[in-house]
Ligand binder design. Structure first.
Ligand SMILES: [Zn+2]
Length: 507
């Protein structure tokens, strides 16, 4: 087993080779890395291997093994991440130089090159854990709405029982008014060491932005659900709030990042994302299924003759406006104002219960052939006796696949499904091949899929060759049905009539 000095030397070489630090900083880096490992000296190893990996996680993992073996850390995934974050923090340029480099590349070579550079650097300094993300299962499924994308998330590790116990001992609240950082999206995360109950962020870097004249930041998501998945966050810890200012900020973002899409989760529970207490958007360089959606119908807005207005043929109810910045922002504002107060009891649309608002939107924007394009998904989070979890939310019969909120990424046609499905589908497929419904019914892991399995067995003959393929395809169909649950104007004659009544209120 090589000495820890060997791994330290390789890590420093990796950082020099990839331009994270300059050669002149190497001795300093070796000392800093040794100090992080509580070593009094660094001993140059005899053989240095110049066959360095693409990403540093293998080297980091060797150092964590050493640290756990020598009692420097507890051998818990979170403790290892904190130590590895500390080592990578040494090797990541400080925020001001990082941002200056980004701006320099932007100025001389354009924004596309600048984002590509930053994305690569954030992988090389192990903030984006590229090898972990590669473990996610991804496939596409053909549905009546075209291609949908499915990802089973295997990169977010579940907490081990030892970690949960260790966190309990800490006795601090990860979130709340006294917590530091206040939340996962606060700018104070940049360089934060992390705790057993909070991710290490020493290698996270932010780029300052101006949106609508206000201070915001740009960063990448550590989970990368799609190519160059970025987060744009308010410099202040302030609640999610969708209004006309949101639309201006999205358009401002695209003026600087025209090769990205940008969108916001809705600002209400049930239909919003997982974080409602810090205003933020998500973007990236990816063509989503929604972007290829066909047109359900077109319409016109008074005084905006040049603007293209469509309703998309999509399971959710989405308005698309394409045209000049002025026209699109105007139309998005008109649609938002009309929707927020819209009621249609026959269609189960109720804007308010007393003071509680139920209507909001999930806005998404990009530049298409030089024109601004906004997609406005109409959302409503009211509940009923029949649907206590939400009328326009994944209905209970689909919870065995997806019960979580349908947020921005899913509205655009990319399902993020829980990691449990990987092993569940293996077990379920095995049972379906043998027609063993008794086992399905009695299995704690797959009994939730029982009704679905019976229905599938009526339509398919499962074999070892086709089981996985069928389950993947049918997962796509379930995802389309979940999205349909969220559509406020259903694709039925009654839904079409209700949609027409709403569109009339826009003029
Ligand atoms: Zn915050």
């Amino acid at each position: 087993m090589p000495d820890v000095n060997f791994h330290i030397a390789r890590l420093a070489d990796y950082a020099v080779k990839n331009g994270l630090i300059s050669r002149a900083d190497k001795t300093w880096a070796l000392n800093m890395l040794s100090a992080a490992l509580r070593l009094d000296s660094f001993k140059e190893p005899p053989d240095i291997d110049d066959n360095l990996p693409q990403y540093p996680s293998g080297i980091l993992s060797e150092i964590s093994d050493w640290a756990a073996l020598n009692g420097l850390i507890e051998n818990l995934p979170a403790a290892r991440e904190i130590l590895e974050g500390e080592l990578c923090g040494v090797l990541t340029p400080p925020p001001s130089s990082f941002a200056a480099k980004f701006e320099e590349i932007e100025k001389h070579y354009g924004i596309k090159k600048a984002t590509a550079w930053m994305y690569q650097k954030q992988k090389q300094c192990d903030y984006i854990k590229a090898q972990r993300v590669a473990k996610n299962l991804s496939w596409t499924a053909d549905t009546e709405y075209g291609r949908l994308d499915i990802t089973v998330n295997l990169s977010k590790p579940e907490k081990t029982p030892e970690e949960i116990a260790a966190v309990k001992k800490l006795g601090v609240a990860a979130f709340g008014p006294d917590a530091y950082p206040r939340c996962l999206l606060c700018r104070e995360n940049e360089g934060y060491r992390g705790r057993l109950d909070y991710p290490a962020r020493q290698n996270l870097r932010l780029i300052p932005l101006k949106l609508k004249g206000e201070k915001w930041f740009f960063q990448y998501s550590p989970y990368v659900y799609y190519n160059e998945h970025c987060i744009v966050l308010n410099a202040r810890h302030a609640d999610m709030l969708i209004n006309k200012d949101t639309f201006v900020r999205l358009a401002d973002f695209l003026e600087r990042f025209p090769h990205y899409f940008i969108g916001s989760n809705a600002d209400l529970p049930v239909v919003g994302g997982s974080i409602l207490n810090h205003d933020h958007y998500q973007g990236g360089r990816y063509i989503f299924p929604l972007h290829n959606a066909k047109t359900r119908k077109t319409f016109k807005l008074k005084n905006l003759p040049a603007l293209k207005c469509e309703v998309l043929d999509w399971p959710l109810s989405v308005l698309r406006f394409t045209g000049s910045r002025r026209d699109v922002l105007k139309a998005a504002g008109i649609a938002f104002d009309a929707w927020v107060n819209y009621n249609d009891p026959a269609a189960n649309i109720r804007a308010y219960d007393a003071q509680t608002r139920h209507n909001t939107v999930t806005p998404m924007a990009r530049i298409v052939k030089g024109k601004l394009q906004f997609d406005i998904a109409l959302r409503n989070n009211a509940a009923s006796k029949e649907f206590p979890g939400g009328i326009f939310h994944s209905h209970e019969k689909f919870h065995h696949i997806k019960r979580e909120n349908i947020g921005l990424i899913e509205v655009m046609g990319l399902a993020i499904l829980p990691g449990r499905l990987k092993s569940e589908f293996e077990e379920l497929g095995g049972c379906l091949i043998k027609n063993d419904f008794k086992k399905i019914k009695n299995s704690p892991a797959v009994s939730k899929h029982y009704d679905w399995a019976v229905e599938l067995a009526g339509r398919y003959r499962f074999t070892p060759e086709n089981a996985e393929k069928i389950l993947k395809k049918e997962t796509g169909t379930v995802f389309a049905e979940v999205l349909q649950c969220c559509g406020v104007f259903k694709k039925t004659p009654a839904g079409d009539a209700a949609l027409d009544s709403f569109l009339k209120t826009l003029n």
